[in-house]
Design a protein around this ligand. Sequence first.
Ligand SMILES: Nc1ncnc2c1ncn2[C@@H]1O[C@H](COP(=O)(O)OP(=O)(O)OP(=O)(O)O)[C@@H](O)[C@H]1O
Length: 600
Amino acid sequence: MNPRNRQESARPVGLLGLVRLLGPHRGIAAIAAVLVLVASALGLAQPMLAGAVIERVRTEQPVTGLALALAALFIGQILVDTGGRYMLERVGESVVLSLRQRLVHSLLRLRINVLDQHRVGDLISRASSDTSMLRDSVTRNVVEIVVGAVTVAGATVLMVLLDPVIFAVVVVVFVIAAGGVSLVLSRIRDAGEQAQNAVGEFSSDLERGLSALRTIRIHRAETTETERIGQSAREAYAAGIRGARLSASATPAMQLAATGSFLLVLVIGGMRVASGTLPLGDLIALLLYATYLVVPLGNMLEGITIAKRALGALQRVEDALHLPTEPAEPAERATPSISDAGVEPKAVLRFRDVRFAYDGRPALRGLSFELPPGTRTAIVGSSGAGKSTVLSLICRFRDPDGGDIDYLDQPATQLSRAQCRALIGLVEQDSPVLHGTVRDNLALAAPEASDQAMWHALRQANLHEFVAQLPQGLDTPLGEHGSQLSGGERQRLAIARALLARPPLLLLDEPTSSLDTANEHLIMEALTQLPAHCAVLIVAHRLSTIRSADRVLLLDSGNLVATGTHDELLDQAPQYRLLLAGHTDGDVLDTTTAETGAHP
Ligand SMILES: Nc1ncnc2c1ncn2[C@@H]1O[C@H](COP(=O)(O)OP(=O)(O)OP(=O)(O)O)[C@@H](O)[C@H]1O
């Protein structure tokens, strides 16, 4: 996570955090663990039986019954173990599913200012790669650690009963090995977090590259970008290698323990069998138990090592889950609506002395205006004047630092964000089209809308003929970000989407920038067909758009410096004339020059 967001991080997570992830699946995980334990117990009984079989053969007694019991134990162990491990895998998948669902739920509700501070690719990587890494840990590793511990305890008791001296020798070997291993474990966790962070960076860089592919191509920057993205891939590789080196350095210690203990049991036990103090069957059972100690201990070690690496991934997931989201506010009152009220509100939207700053830098300095029902208002101002910030506050993506905003005469403070947004239709500057069909894109605004309503909205946006010609009409896929549409078509689709919901307040951020004059005219015409009570606020650059408005708000450095009709402002506001005259947009410049000539 970006260091500046560390204050938003979750508390550091430990191994218990992995167990906690099992959450509601704890019951099934416990049953699965019991099955795996039963399988271990069946395994533990086998050396005893094998020892007994050998003793019987040596003393020439019948062995059929014991041999059959041994075979039954063996098959039973395989069946129970398979069942238990399958259940564990299912639990693992369920844990990943619920983590991903929680992540998606909170990422889609992130505060906009928090989202601005993060890289989208990194957030995606937390929901995909980090959660996948956790799947193995919560099941295989956590349970392997538990099951391993029980198996080791069982083998220990049986070995002590068989021969305490040989057991003591084995313990000494393992203690030496464990000392070596514990040295590296703490560093493995850090390497795991670094590796997952590097994977997050890599995803972010790749996402940046793919989303700006055309720009990269035209500037022939493929090589430098490949190098840049390659660099984060190399960092992920280096962190992975660091983790692998640490994990690998633990392996020789375990091998020493495995082979060392086996050899010691063989040598010491062999001498005791030779001296007649230990039956041969017991030696064989001890040798098998020594391997039974080694395998679960090896599994436990591997489990702990991988779990330590997974803690890095868990930390990243927990951090993402703790990012501030928009609070789910209970609505203090019902969503206002014009028809319900019976009486028409004085203003669909009202700003009263609204102030807002980005990190202490003022963007709006006490703005007051009203949008009466049935009016069309253009908001103009030079770049950075605060136009988009006004829209952001209206949509409640950000909260004002001071002043009040009313929707249909009701204070925003008494309405939830969802209630305010239910009143708004928004056509953004870059008109995002989502991956999916025309219908999916339209239904975003009004999931219940009929085909007829969709066609009506498409007709209003002058897109109906285009959609009618598509191979599957409303159900035609539009490609990633609507890549199969022209800029103007994307813009008209966004307008159709906003019109479909028939909201009382329609916000348009330079809605006609990608449209030719004919289409612009049609869209402006469509706006006149909105329900009579609907108010429209347009961030406008084109003179034709500005002129079609009933009223113009002129913003300058976060201040509302003039309000009036286009003609009034031309007459009374020198800043307005300057703004229009200084415009670099060809369409505006030409028309403006003619216009300003008419209004000296
Ligand atoms: N996310 C942000 N973080 C910090 N400052 C911001 C952010 N967004 C905008 N600003 C700043 O706030 C001021 C107003 O920006 P805003 O985007 O509202 O202007 P605008 O009038 O819409 O400009 P344009 O016409 O260029 O889109 C600018 O000084 C801008 O740099």
